[in-house]
Write a protein that binds this ligand. Structure first.
Ligand code: SF4
Length: 511
């Protein structure tokens, strides 16, 4: 399955032959090895994160501060982007503006050609995955080599990332060893699947590439408008090799990554590592401002990418998705992600944030099933360090999808017909009572206390779940045996005090 380079406003690579989420998820959950790998990895990260977060008494205040900074920045995005451009230019860098993925890729390809290079080394970057940069460069005869270990595993395995932070989370050690043994030129034939041996093999392989590369491409976690400083956080140091050794550095960054000032960076550098890897701080936090003669890259280009972000900003109910700092905490706590993995989402951004961001960047129609890929349990909101209310956004996007669907259809959908019928039945007590009595016939379909298969068109419901067995008695019948009257009719019985509901526990929903 290959990523297709994108073109046009708000575009992202799509994956050839990728089925919609419900079909892809069905295949994924049937893969027990994949589920074991995912459960092992997400459980370990969750435990580490919880421990790191519990160390801070002011975690909630930090979350509130981060949200406030993001709200303010996005409300004044134009101002801060122009300030960033001015600061980067003053420090010796050049800023390029890209409306969409195709423009960003063309800018990068031109810059690489201008630098006289045929190969670039890359720091892990979601923005360049979003634009399909590797494939675009390849079509221009330029090789792009991923240097983040997990990205390297994905690239050598001709695979796709399945997690924002740990792109090869779906692979175990034995699978990684096989990929290295098959694809890495000059690798030790006796390579084991010990983590240290795998890391050493990758280090030797990459070191040669770092020392000969003249151009590097990176993303950015943050960009400080007041000074023009770019920031990348990572765990391995491979990113820092890319950021310091080559002569030319090209950074592709989504426009929402700008923050106003250095003081703001302090908030995010506390939240991000704890939320992503469960560490107090990232092992490597690299920052650079323009170019410094005789030190590091001597040419620096910043490509500011829109690609659907301005349109997302225009939707008051959806714009908070742009607050995301790509920590991936929401993926690690999501019960749906833990069972399906990232590939099933069919988009560059998987998990809960992908379910709200991808449809907004590229249009709901392209990702129609993603807002439904959630139980709405709310774990993503609780974990999010910038307080993005993902469940509320999912409900909003579902409504938008339904509205668009209704507008486009000539005939109402089966779901709309079912809802209209249910509404008609429930609007009248007599109709409702008759429907209840009829539904008891469903008891004939039960096998061993369950209904696992309903006849069409209701069979769609039971392909993924059991249907509840109707009780022997309806609620009305039960009430009648207890009170001698229909519910609601009790007041007609002389002297009857009305329904005697047990008192609800204080502070709890009586339901
Ligand atoms: S939505 Fe929140 S939790 Fe999820 S990746 Fe973004 S910042 Fe992290």
């Amino acid at each position: 399955m290959t990523a297709q380079p994108a073109g046009g406003p708000g575009s992202m690579p799509t994956y050839l032959g990728m089925p919609a989420f419900p079909d892809a998820a069905r295949t994924a959950v049937a893969d027990s090895q994949l589920r074991r790998n995912l459960t092992h990895a997400t459980t370990a990260i969750r435990v580490k994160r919880a421990r790191a977060v519990a160390e801070l008494d002011d975690w909630e205040q930090l979350r509130q501060a981060a949200k406030a900074i993001k709200d303010h920045t996005l409300a004044n995005l134009g101002t801060y982007l122009l300030r960033l451009e001015e600061s980067v230019t003053k420090a010796g860098g050049r800023v390029h503006w890209a409306r969409d993925a195709a423009e960003a890729n063309a800018i990068v390809a031109n810059l690489v050609r201008e630098a006289g290079a045929r190969r670039v080394v890359k720091v892990k970057s979601m923005a360049t995955q979003e634009t399909g940069l590797n494939e675009a460069l390849e079509s221009e005869g330029i090789e792009a080599l991923e240097t983040d270990l997990a990205e390297l595993i994905v690239q050598l395995g001709r695979d796709r990332p399945s997690h924002i932070l740990v792109p090869a989370i779906h692979r175990n050690r034995a699978e990684i060893r096989d990929i290295f043994a098959r694809e890495m030129a000059g690798v030790d034939p006796g390579l084991t699947d010990e983590p240290a041996a795998l890391a050493e093999a990758a280090r030797r392989y990459l070191r040669r590439k770092f020392l000969t590369a003249t151009v590097a491409v990176s993303g950015a976690n943050f960009a400080v408008a007041e000074t023009g400083t770019l920031c990348v956080v990572e765990s391995e140091g491979n990113g820092r090799m890319c950021l310091t050794l080559p002569r030319t550095l090209i950074t592709v960054m989504g426009i929402e990554k700008v923050i106003p000032a250095w003081a703001d960076l302090g908030v995010f550098l506390q939240l991000l590592p704890r939320s992503s890897t469960g560490e107090r701080m990232n092992p490597y936090t690299s920052m650079w401002t323009g170019v410094t003669p005789g030190d590091g890259p001597q040419a620096f280009h910043l490509v500011l990418l829109d690609n659907g972000r301005t349109a997302t900003l225009a939707d008051p109910a959806g714009r908070d998705a742009l607050h995301c700092i790509r920590c991936s905490a929401c993926l690690n706590v999501c019960p749906v992600y833990e069972r399906t993995g990232g590939h099933a989402y069919g988009s560059v951004y998987p998990g809960p944030i992908g379910a709200v961001l991808s449809p907004q960047l590229t249009g709901i129609a392209d990702n129609a099933s993603l807002p439904f890929a959630s139980t709405l349990c709310g774990a993503c909101f609780d974990a999010c360090p910038v307080r993005i209310d993902i469940p509320a956004m999912l409900v909003h996007l579902r409504a938008r999808h339904v509205d668009e669907d209704i507008r486009e259809r000539r005939l109402p959908s089966p779901e709309a017909v079912t809802m209209a019928a249910a509404s008609w039945v429930m609007a009248d007590p007599a109709r409702y009572a008759r429907a209840q009595a009829t539904s008891r016939a469903g008891r004939l379909l039960r096998r061993r206390g369950r209904i696992s298969s309903l006849p069409p068109p209701l069979s769609a419901w039971t392909t993924a779940r059991d249907a509840p067995v109707p009780p022997r008695q309806t609620f009305r019948q039960w009430w009648r045996t207890q009170h001698g009257a229909d519910p609601g009719g009790h007041r007609a019985i002389r002297g009857h005090p009305g329904p005697q509901w047990p008192a609800a526990p204080r502070g709890k929903d009586p339901a």
